[in-house]
Design a protein around this ligand. Structure first.
Ligand SMILES: Nc1ncnc2c1ncn2[C@@H]1O[C@H](COP(=O)(O)OP(=O)(O)OP(=O)(O)O)[C@@H](O)[C@H]1O
Ligand SMILES: CC(C)(CO)[C@@H](O)C(=O)[O-]
Ligand code: BAL
Length: 278
């Protein structure tokens, strides 16, 4: 396994990989079995895997957890080695984000749902992901469905800007009790950890209930879900129903619906989502 941190080293390492089909797995590190599934997905399809670890300041807002985001580099490198990753890239902030950088890649859906509560977050994500695609020129890039809005936006960026690569996605990997694996789960206290799986539990119950047919019943249903989450001890940011193809509110023509939620438990913000008709 090659581990590089500078752009020059990366270019050199990639030139020795150029004969192989390459999959890029972008991450922020603190790797867990969700990330491992992304790597295994790429490997099972015959790709050499490059994995980037970068806690991107552009996607963090004031007061968010940029400073305290976990950075267990040596455990991450061990896991990458064990999983057969070919190349790990751990760049410095100064080479990824120039001091007076103001270019942003943006999409209107980036200001909805999570974007409404984290202004500028998805512009920061799309901009860094565009840079990573540019640096690696991978054949595919693999993302998790846990970050569903992010996945949608990256797919739109690749389609609309004609990036010459394919986006592949992997289903959300969960703990034994349903909680979506996330690097931020380690922020949860013992008592919060017991409540956390009820976020997914409430989405599953919503699916069982079935999506109401008309708009006003849907709004009342979403409010009820949010109220139930509050009763359980969460502070929901939003619970929304979106059209899978547009990530906008459902219409009569919607072919698939996704229920999205983000909610705080103490100082930890959890997100989850569920396809309503799969
Ligand atoms: N539980 C999971 N199942 C599948 N993919 C996941 C899971 N968690 C993260 N990923 C994917 O891994 C990639 C890197 O995500 P990231 O490094 O931010 O991990 P994370 O655990 O989501 O961290 P955070 O706690 O900051 O949300 C993204 O494509 C993300 O969707
Ligand atoms: C895609 C990503 C690596 C961009 O910084 C990040 O948003 C993440 O880890 O999901
Ligand atoms: N996985 C999402 C990255 C973020 O919350 O910044």
């Amino acid at each position: 396994m090659i581990h590089v941190s500078s752009l020059d080293e990366l270019k050199e390492a990639l030139s020795s990989e150029s004969d192989h089909p390459l999959a890029l797995v972008p991450t922020m590190g603190a790797l867990h079995s969700g990330h491992v599934e992304l790597v295994r997905h790429a490997k099972s399809r015959g790709f050499h895997v490059a994995l980037s670890i970068f806690v991107n300041p552009m996607q963090f807002g004031p007061g968010e957890d940029l400073e305290r985001y976990p950075r267990p580099l040596s455990a991450d490198l061990d896991l990458c080695q064990k999983e057969g990753v070919s190349l790990v890239f751990t760049p410095n902030v100064s080479e990824m984000v120039s001091e007076n950088s103001s270019i942003r890649v943006s999409h209107p859906v980036g200001s909805l749902y999570c974007g409404a509560y984290r202004p500028g977050h998805f512009d920061g994500v799309l901009t860094i992901v565009a840079k990573l695609f540019h640096l690696f020129s991978p054949d595919i890039a693999v993302f998790g469905q846990k970050d569903r809005q992010q996945l949608f936006l990256i797919e739109r960026m690749v389609a609309e800007l004609d990036f010459p690569l394919k986006i592949e996605s992997v289903k959300t990997v969960r703990e034994y009790d349903g909680l979506a694996k996330s690097s931020r789960n380690r922020y949860l206290s013992e008592s919060e950890r017991l409540i956390a799986p009820f976020l997914y539990g409430r989405l599953l119950k919503a699916k069982e209930e079935g999506v109401p047919k008309n708009h006003s019943d849907q709004q009342a249903w979403l409010q009820e879900i949010s109220k139930n989450l509050s009763t359980l001890g969460f502070r929901p940011d939003y619970v929304s129903l979106v059209d899978r193809e547009t990530f906008l509110p459902p219409t009569r023509d919607s072919s698939g619906l996704i229920l999205l939620a983000a909610a705080w438990l103490g100082k930890t913000r959890l997100i989850d989502n569920l396809e309503m008709d799969e």
